[in-house]
Design a protein around this ligand. Sequence first.
Ligand code: CA
Length: 223
Amino acid sequence: MSDRPHILIVEDEPDLADVIRDYLTQANMDADILSDGTSAVETILRTRPDLVVLDVMLPGKDGLTICREVRAQSDVPIIMETARVEEIDRLLGLELGADDYLCKPFSPRELVARIKAILRRAAPSAAPTKGLVLDSEKWRATLNATSLDLTRREFQLLEALHNRPGRVFSRGQLLDLVFPDDSDVFDRTIDSHIKNIRTKVKAVAPEANLIRSVYGVGYAFGD
Ligand code: CA
């Protein structure tokens, strides 16, 4: 058995799938290609890849259905490929639960970078979590044994992101997670809470960056 990360590419365009596989091989990963959606769920659950690159438009079964069905049984990281920007919020939504997405056409280099970032964060010793301890009962977060003095909302936001390292959450999803009963809060509320968390983190560890901004979408845990 190799300890190289095993990536499953579910993509029906043979040229694109080959290019992705070549890039992953060069990046020291093992990659398999599946060009039809019909058996994708079964293959993913059986072969347990470290990460799945999943196209939305596939013959047999579409990527959205595959993602939903896999998510019901597995936390395997999933990066979706989509040609439609309108789909992004749904892809990352709680119902589907993809970890990240790329809009077609994308650069294979960018895909490799995203894959590496997710695998790094999924690893137990992921650098950004080092020294971070979350106590959900007391809504208390400490970094390097120093309290971050987060408010309850700030704590809940950080916890939601931290529970799924590397996964991109839209502002709308974070609102649903942290303010489920409050219809008077807006996307900007999330931004200001994130800003406060970052300020408090920087005060304790100036070089730490626990939360990554994802342009046009939202936030993810990790640098
Ligand atoms: Ca396709």
